[in-house]
Write a protein that binds this ligand. Sequence first.
Ligand code: PFF
Length: 496
Amino acid sequence: MSKDKNEWGSNMSFILAMIGSAVGLGNIWRYPYVLYSNGGGAFYIPYIVAILIMGIPFLILEYGVGYNFKSSFSKALTKISSKWEYLGWLLPVAVFMIMIYYSAILGWDGIYIFMSFFKGWGADPNAYFTSTLLHASDSYTGLASFVPLIAVSMIVGWVIIWFISHRDLEKGLGRVSKVLVPALFIIMVIIVGFSLTLPGASVGLAELFHPNWSLLTDFGIWMAAFGQIVFSLSLGMSIAFTYASYTKDDADLVTNTISIALANSLFENFAALGVFSILGYMSLQSGIPVADIVTQGTGLVFIVYPTVFNVLGQWAYVLGPLFFFTVYLAGLTSILSTIEPLSFSIQNKFGLTRKRTMTILIIVGAICSMIYATSYGSNVLGYVDTFINQIALLLGVVLECIIFAWVFKAEKLIDFMNARSKTIKLGKWWLVIVKYILPIFITVVWIGGIIDVVNSATFDQLVFTIIIAAILLIATLIFTLLPAKSSDWNETEERV
Ligand code: PFF
């Protein structure tokens, strides 16, 4: 396996691919609602604190260690200590599971791009989404009823992913990120610019930003801010690690981190302006208060937006396709990142080429994703999403933080990173954050998330969560136990 197949052509490719990973569905459908329901303008205080004491310091750590090892996440953890190999596979496998359900959302969105040219969802977007499109059923017997349209749209997505990912890193992901990520930002500016001119936009924005200062003493909004930053910046998911390991020597990782965090926040706050202007317009048209219209997730993108387009007249034929296309681009640039950690780990341990590994993983992913093309698929998607994001990944983040900061020793990175940094310099403050504040804070958020899941889960959800956890743990065990095929699995060069 030649190394240049897994190397960025330039620092720009690295930054743009990382922004592509960060800017995703979380920025468009999750953030606006999180901001609104957690104190509006007052949310900016915990949000900025979360970026400063968690987002940036943690990304620097993950980048630094990834850069140092210039190898996959599982290989690096095995090098730090062979007893960590299991964790080295756990995160890449969990992130691959995200990929599989992200492909379903992309699949739905692909259908909506097409429908938006003629408002194909009809007069009742809710009935269209749940009944006509998903054939949604709340009983697990729905697993036996297959929905071919969704399957076809998902397969189209997998083919696009294969087309980009099986190439050498720079020729595929690098080049595509350089085109799609700027395109994503430009289209978003057009959509938001238009939304701001709609009558009622100011009503929506006033509702969004109206600060509820009293919530600042509420623990919940702090947890929401930290949770949002972990998800939105794709923190601790072994993605940042893998991307940094693909860099050439001499990257200014500290400055890159700041650019990425800034771009991500800019995008999500921009998205919030657009979403709430549109909700304000909807509220004005229908007389329903913004508070009763606003929602997040699939409800926002696939039900509220089509409802808005239905009352928007001719403009909807432009704005609709643009909007669903933006969601597709945001999803695509994120999903492309979710295959990299597992793929690179497999290449390193089993000596397969990038091309072959990607092809195998994409076929496996596409087959597994067919569970989401059944009538019960959207329920399974919700369970997997909750389990991976609220339980598995946060635990991974805490463990990663402890291993990198304590076992690997974050101190080792300081001189090296500072010598290249043109902006801020790392010092004691950074060590205190990554060694103490972060592990404690994220553990608290993690426990809060588990309590939340256990309190709100239905019986079916608990059963499925146990099955999903078992799949994750067993798949991870298999990768750990399989003997290495590559002769240099135990030899890792370190750059620091
Ligand atoms: N950061 C992405 C977003 O905000 O939508 C979501 C994401 C991408 C999560 C990649 C996890 C992941 F592995």
